[in-house]
Design a protein around this ligand. Sequence first.
Ligand code: NAP
Ligand code: MG
Length: 398
Amino acid sequence: MAKIQMKNAIAELDGDEMTRVLWKLIKDKLILPFVDLKTEYFDLSITERDKTDDKITYDAAAAIKRLGVGVKCATITSNQARVEEYKLTHLTPSPNGILRGELDGTVFRTPIFVKNIKGTVSCWKKPITLGRHAYGDVYKNCEIKTPTAGKAELIFTGSDGKEIRKTIMEMKGPGIIQGIHNLDKSIESFARCCFTYALDQKISVWLGTKDTISKIYDGNFKEIFQRIFDTEYKAKFDAAGIEYFYTLIDDAVARIMKSEGGMLWACKNYDGDVMSDMIASACGSLAMMTSVLVSPDGKYEYEASHGTVQKHYYRYQKGERTSTNPVALIFAWTGALAKRAELDGTPELADFAKRLEKATLDTIEEGTMTGDLARLANPAAKKTVDSWEFIDAIAAKL
Ligand code: NAP
Ligand code: MG
């Protein structure tokens, strides 16, 4: 059988621990037998990042920008324990943070639905894609525990030397104060990432903030989204039959809980932190959640939203064949291959990506699955398998 040809390469970012083991298995069993795979390979394992002082991560980001498409394995974010475990020379920053910064991108997470894993919210028929603005607000705050009564003020000194000063509160006793910020440029990029990805997926965008209370701060998010939408995206949204919908954040939450899903929910940083965990837990397993980093100018990096599954890796190293779920990793590959096919105009590759997704979902829906899903399945799993058997079952269908 002739293998499917690729016109252009995708950037391939390898990673750590159990997901690195699965990464090779997925390539060997599910992709390389069918596709004449073209990738530019970057080893983002913790030791390689340490050795190159993160140059490898910056090189990978440059390749994603140049090629337009990347696929990434999960990676260890180092901490003191990891420095000792891997004999690192220093603490390296989060590679996902570097990639997000280099691409000026937003991460979108979407659950993968299968018929026999019922989510806890019965009205959600279609997956909800959540986009979190990962800059500023309370995550870059400045806080003071005020020891006495006193006057709390907000002071801004402009680069032109002009000062703006407002009284926050004449405090009658000890308390707490907090300063937060955001930047128009970051909010504009976030808006463009959301609208770009919604067009890509042909789904509507929802944004909720509390602009009735926070007229200037949250109001700025509302204004910027509306301006970018009206000037850059409205015509394209009309043509695609999708819409941009703004409402108050509490109304957005109430409506989401009663909706059938299927929208892109753009969230401010804190809302996104909280709501992404709500959606993930309502949809079942961490391993059934895809993640894609999208830049404002439409570069895409696909990954799984879970980590390196460290505990499974230690068991694997002792010789155990773990039942680690590879679905989100498989979908990272199919997402990247489908995007490559779309950009290159190679329908055979697009078709392969679809067939690999279908073979994966059919395997689960017919009752063969990893342990994390078997615990949730209804009707019950027919066969609970390890990762190797699961991937073999998918390969047999392909
Ligand atoms: P994790 O790798 O997501 O795993 C946490 C737990 O979730 C696992 O122990 C396992 O539960 C379950 N799980 C996650 N993925 C699974 C899968 N595919 N199949 C079955 N079960 C799965 O998070 P972590 O253990 O907190 O983090 C490990 C490392 O990953 C850390 O070094 C962290 O820095 C890194 N990390 C990387 C990324 C990324 O690169 N995108 C994201 C998050 C974390 P049971 O043990 O109960 O089976
Ligand atoms: Mg959270």
